[in-house]
Design a binder for this molecule. Structure first.
Ligand code: S3P
Length: 436
C-alpha cells in the first residue's frame, strides 16, 4: 500500500546511529552460503525486502535457512553443483543484484533450467549484460525480447572465458566470476573501471584462487567453497543518507558507527569532501578503524557546513553509483554547478534515476537538467519543498525524506514504503537524530 509521509524542516540533527547491514554483501553472503557444502552462519545479515528475496531464492534452490531471534542466519547449502530442480519461477522481487548474480551459479547446473522473474521495476532492467557472457560460457538463456525478465537459464557444462565487460558493473563481474567457479579452468573478467569488489573478497575468503592484475580478475574453478562464518558490515550506501542529512541540516553533528569503508564503495565520501562537507574518520581503507569479516569499517563524524559544486566523471561513477541521487541533492544546496557525467547506468536502476531525480528535485524547487548520461545541477543554496514520488525506488524515497529535513517548507514523500527494500529502520534512525 502506498504510504505518504511528510518530512518537516529540521533544526539540527544530533546523535549516534548504526546504519543497517550492507545490502550488496548480504546478497552475496546468502548466495555463497547456499553454494557451500558445510553450514555457514551469517552475523548482521540485512533483514530487508531485497535480501529476504535472496534467502527465499536460495531456500527454493534447496538450501536450508534458519533465522534466530537475534537475526543470525544459518545456511545449510547445497554445494556448488547440486541445486534442486524447480517447476516454479524464482521471484527476485525488486532485487537487481539477486537477478544478476544468481544466474552465474545456475548457469553451471547441468541439465537443469531456472526461470527468474520479479516486480514491475525488475521487468524493465536488462539481463542481456549477463546473458552474453553466460552464453559464451556454454549456457542457454531465453529472455523476454532477448534482454528482459522473465528469463530462463538452462544450465550446462561451462567453459572458462576471458570476458571484456562493456560496462563497469559489479553485478556482471560477479555473475561471471560465480560461473567461473563451476566452469572448466580459469575465468577472467576485465573491467573498464574499478567497481565494488565484495565478491572477490568473499571468494578469496572461501578458499578460491582469485588473482587481480590491474583491471583483470581471474578465478579458478573449485569443487567446493570452504567458508568460515561471515559478518556483514554497515552499508555505506544507507549511511550516505545520514551523511547527507548531517551535512545539509544546519547545526548538525552526528556519528555513524561501523560503516563499511571499502574504497570501492566510498566514492560518495570523497565527493562530499570535495564539495566542502565534513566527514571524518575514514578515507583510505588502511586508516579504517577495523575490519568486519572481509571488509574494512570505520566510525564517521559528520557536521554541517557550506558546500561548493563539483564535477563527477565516468571513472568515479561506479564507486558512488547508488549515491549519485544524493550528489544531486547536495548540488541543490551548493554554490555553483554540480555536474555528473558518464552515469548512463543510472537510467537502468530501480527507476530511471536520471529522470526521477531531476524531475523529483525540480518539483521541490531545484534547478536541474538531465543529460543523456548524467545531470547538471545549478545550486541555489536551498530547496523550497513540496511533494516527490518514490516511483517505488527505495533510494528516491529516502532522498525525498532528506530533502524535506533540509528544505524551507518540508517535503511529502509519496511511496515511502519503498525504503523497506534496503533500510527498514530508516524512519526510526532519522527520528532518533531529530531527538524524537
Ligand atoms: C551492486 C552493484 C551496482 C549497484 C547495485 C548493487 C552489487 O550495480 O548499483 O545497487 O551489489 O553488485 P552495477 O554493478 O550493475 O552497476
Amino acid at each position: 500500500m502506498t504510504r505518504t509521509v511528510r518530512f518537516a524542516p529540521a533544526r539540527k540533527l544530533r546523535g549516534t546511529v548504526t546504519p543497517p547491514a550492507d545490502k550488496s554483501i548480504s546478497h552475496r553472503a546468502a548466495i555463497f552460503g547456499a553454494m557451500a557444502a558445510e553450514p555457514v552462519r551469517v552475523r548482521n545479515y540485512l533483514h530487508a525486502e531485497d535480501t529476504i528475496s535472496t534467502l527465499d531464492a536460495v531456500r527454493q534452490l534447496g538450501a536450508l535457512v534458519t533465522v534466530d531471534d537475534d537475526g543470525l542466519v544459518t545456511i545449510r547449502g547445497t554445494g556448488l553443483r547440486n541445486t534442486t530442480e524447480l517447476d516454479a519461477p524464482i521471484d527476485v522481487g525488486n532485487a537487481g543484484t539477486l537477478m544478476r548474480l544468481l544466474p552465474g551459479w545456475l548457469a553451471g547446473q547441468e541439465g537443469r533450467s531456472y526461470t527468474l522473474d520479479g516486480d514491475a521495476s525488475i521487468r524493465r532492467r536488462p539481463v542481456d549484460r549477463i546473458a552474453d557472457p553466460l552464453r559464451r560460457m556454454g549456457a542457454t538463456i531465453d529472455a523476454t525480447d532477448d534482454r528482459l525478465p522473465p528469463f530462463t537459464v538452462h544450465g550446462a557444462h561451462l567453459r572458462s572465458i576471458a570476458y571484456d565487460m562493456p560496462v563497469a558493473s559489479a553485478q556482471v563481474k560477479s555473475c561471471v566470476l560465480l560461473a567461473g567457479l563451476v566452469a572448466d579452468g580459469a575465468t577472467t573478467v576485465m573491467e573498464p573501471a574499478p567497481s565494488r569488489d565484495h565478491t572477490e573478497r568473499m571468494l578469496a575468503a572461501s578458499g578460491v584462487t582469485v588473482h587481480r592484475n590491474g583491471r583483470h580478475v581471474t578465478v579458478t574453478n573449485v569443487d567446493e567453497l570452504v567458508l568460515d562464518d561471515l559478518v556483514v558490515p554497515g552499508d555505506p550506501s544507507s549511511a550516505a543518507f545520514l551523511i547527507a542529512a548531517g551535512v545539509l541540516v544546519s547545526g548538525s553533528r552526528i556519528s555513524i558507527l561501523g560503516s563499511g569503508t571499502n574504497w570501492t564503495r566510498t566514492g560518495f565520501h570523497r565527493i562530499v569532501q570535495r564539495m566542502g562537507g565534513i566527514v571524518v574518520g575514514e578515507l583510505e581503507e588502511e586508516l579504517g578503524d577495523g575490519v568486519v569479516g572481509t571488509e574494512p569499517v570505520a566510525d564517521l563524524e559528520v557536521a554541517h557546513g557550506p558546500l561548493t559544486g563539483t564535477e563527477v566523471e565516468a571513472e568515479e561513477v561506479p564507486l558512488a553509483i547508488d549515491e549519485l541521487p544524493l550528489v544531486a541533492l547536495l548540488g541543490c544546496f551548493a554554490e555553483g554547478e554540480t555536474v555528473v557525467r558518464g552515469a548512463g547506468e543510472l537510467r537502468l536502476k530501480e527507476s530511471d534515476r536520471i529522470a526521477t531525480v531531476v524531475d523529483g528535485l525540480n518539483g521541490l524547487g531545484g534547478d536541474l537538467e538531465a543529460t543523456d548520461d548524467g545531470f547538471v545541477v545549478r545550486g541555489t543554496g536551498g530547496l523550497k519543498g513540496g511533494t516527490i514520488a518514490s516511483h517505488g525506488d527505495h533510494r528516491l524515497a529516502m532522498l525525498g525524506a532528506i530533502a524535506g529535513l533540509a528544505s524551507d517548507e518540508g517535503v511529502e514523500v509519496v511511496g515511502m514504503e519503498a525504503a523497506d527494500v534496503s533500510y527498514p529502520t530508516f524512519a526510526n534512525d532519522l527520528a532518533s537524530l531529530l531527538g524524537g
